[in-house]
Design a protein around this ligand. Sequence first.
Ligand code: NAP
Length: 468
Amino acid sequence: MVDLVQFAYVVSAGLFVFALYWMNSPKTAGRSVTAGSVAMLIAVGATWIQPEILNHGWIIIAIMAGFVVGVPLSRVPLTAVPQRTALSHSFGGLATGLVGCAKYYLWAGGDVAQLTPFRTTALVFEVILGFLTFTGSLMAAGKLQEIKWIPQRPVTYPGQNFGNLALLAAAAGLGLLLVIDPVGPWSAMAFPAIVGVALLCGVLIVIPIGGADMPTVISILNSYAGLSAVAMGFVLDNKLLIIAGALDGSSGLILSIIMCRAMNRSFTNVLFGAFGKVQKSTAVTEARNYKQETVEGAAQVMEQASLVVIIPGYGMAVAQAQHRVRELYDQLTRRGITVKFAIHPVAGRMPGHMNVLLAESDIPYDVLLEMDDINPEMPHCDVALVVGANDVVNPAARYDKSTPIYGMPIIDADKARMVLAIKRSKNPGFAGIDNELYFGDKTFMLFGDAKAVIGDLVKQLSGNSSGH
Ligand code: NAP
């Protein structure tokens, strides 16, 4: 039995590694999801058949509870996936924290020899990271979901970072006392105090961070949840937990680093910089007028182009316009026009957001170009069609130090011969700043919902072609 379980764990760990590897490309992402799900199924099954598991009723109840919560969560719209992911991390954090509590009280109550210094250290790490991830992820999900009583803007006060670090140091100090004497007279107070401080830290660490940085924070919390699972693996002496937790921890960390780089921000700036505080931009100081274009005019311009570059952003996701975009792509390519897509690494609200949407509408992968590959082509582009993107095409990022996006590499839409921009209003993008691209001489606005406007463009183009 032991050999079978260990073998199943090795298979499961291998599948987890491949699941991560296959996530690297939209072509293999589906396979990745299957591999991850099968790996989890094997892990749960192999754990369940162990002879120490006596009360199967509780496991069945837990699995049913997982279904009741998990199935509706799997149906949230793509735009809500970041907060859904944060919720999953909070469940992971809560689970490791609770297992840590159960183990501590079980061992402290009867089998004190199990609380070796090494295991108690791992247990303290598990509990601090687990509970911190729980409340931190709940706060992050609440901010992204724009829940009324959770402020979206960064909440800051003097000495905040110092206060947070002092709290974490206090939790670590109490943990050290527990390691030295796990069941001393004061340990009945120390353990719950560690749990309380960790829960408080999760809230206090996330409130100074603005909504715009939440996807990065979620990714960091993902890595905390993974590290907490690693610690739990040491506590329970479970190698699969150690491997899976390490994969989770390192991939979460790498993802946050990639996102910070794409926004040209440092890790410390994301965690302690209170990004998203209302700041005054100098990019567009006085009220200026936009030039507008009609759908008919825009269709004519595009028909005469040789190269059209479509730049999708968060607005395409909100409008669910990806299928109309595909129809537009078909109309243009049918006329011999070259159409490419410019994908900014942080367009939308989660990494790969645009790729997922465009893959859903079967746009060929080879016309989806990363920012560094498309930017050299932008000066030769006849029409740059911006579909609900804003910050990722804002030239202020290049020079305006007062803007929160300063230094973020952008798609060079302003270098195209002409820009057609679809958005609903004059409102700014996620960073809350005006976009001078929209006031440029070569830019023409098509105000309206992206799905409706592109649908009209497609109708116009198909009408034109049937008229020929
Ligand atoms: P954005 O700056 O948020 O702008 C999106 C634009 O879409 C808005 O100006 C909005 O203008 C328009 N829009 C919304 N709904 C629309 C609809 N139904 N139809 C047409 N237009 C619509 O988006 P972005 O350019 O993609 O930039 C992403 C931002 O998120 C960046 O600041 C980035 O740093 C941040 N971020 C992203 C990630 C990530 O992983 N992707 C992570 C962290 C941070 P109207 O309201 O006028 O329509």
